[in-house]
Design a protein around this ligand. Structure first.
Ligand SMILES: [Cu+2]
Length: 258
């Protein structure tokens, strides 16, 4: 009797956590983040309802069994087992397909929009914008100088690099598509912003594109989500989604400073 009641209590307590939601996701600020949340809730509802049904079934069979009864023997039921296995496969594949559709939209969208280079290194973030020429200058490891204000290693002799803007804050125009090109100087890092519901590994030697569109102006934390060394926990950055006019004004101000 008692184990059955404990099972029912545990099931109700688990459900209460999702109904009351003492801890939940931060606000989703991109259309992709909203799509991920929808997919998450879809999966949660299906698996949650199945969980409740199966726990109650288990509790019922525990409660029904009398302590001193000999119990019935069972040699299995092939058709029943085959059908719930098939059902689980269909459910899993359906959720995978709908989930991969949401993900595909993030990784494969056409570029030709504001392009910003993201440069991760132990243990900081830097961001580079093109100047009025619309071109990024050539970079090389021998030009890297954190103390000298050249964390990207922009070649000082390359004309295209002279107007590049380097910033420690990732400023983007709100409501516009932005293409981030992710680079790492040393080890694997991971670009993670909770409100974007996006985590993207940054692998040294690779340029990894990431499309984002933040609809809600605001300040969001960028965290490194890949253990990258002793200072990993301090590897934080700021994503600032600005009103497009303010963003344009900021860029112009940077350009005139050079
Ligand atoms: Cu890192």
């Amino acid at each position: 009797m008692l184990p059955g009641l404990i099972l029912i209590l545990l099931t109700l307590a688990s459900c209460a956590l999702f109904v009351i939601r003492p801890v939940w996701f931060p606000l989703a600020v991109t259309p992709d983040a909203l799509a991920f949340d929808r997919q998450f809730l879809r999966t949660l509802w299906i698996s949650g309802l199945l969980f409740i049904a199966l726990q109650l079934l288990l509790a019922w069979s525990v409660l029904r069994k009398r302590t001193n009864s000999p119990g019935s023997r069972s040699n299995g039921h092939f058709r029943l087992e085959a059908s719930w296995t098939a059902l689980a496969v269909v459910l899993f594949l359906t959720l995978s397909i709908t989930g991969s559709r949401s993900w595909a939209k993030v990784a494969v969208t056409a570029p030709e929009k504001e392009t910003i280079e993201v440069y991760a290194h132990q243990f900081a973030w830097h961001f580079r914008y093109t100047g009025p020429d619309g071109k990024f200058g050539v970079t090389g490891p021998k030009f890297i100088s954190d103390a000298g204000g050249n964390p990207f290693g922009i070649d000082p002799d390359d004309k295209a690099g002279r107007d590049d803007i380097v910033s420690a804050t990732l400023r983007i125009p709100a409501g516009r598509e932005v293409l981030l090109l992710l680079h790492s100087r040393d080890v694997i890092h991971d670009f993670f912003v909770r409100e974007l519901r996006t985590k993207q590994d940054i692998v040294p030697g690779m340029e990894i594109p990431l499309n984002i569109r933040v609809d809600r102006p605001g300040t969001y934390e960028i965290a490194c989500a890949e253990l990258c060394g002793l200072g990993h926990s301090q590897m934080r950055g700021v994503l600032l989604a600005m009103d497009p006019n303010d963003y344009a004004a900021w860029k112009r101000a940077q350009e005139t400073q050079r």
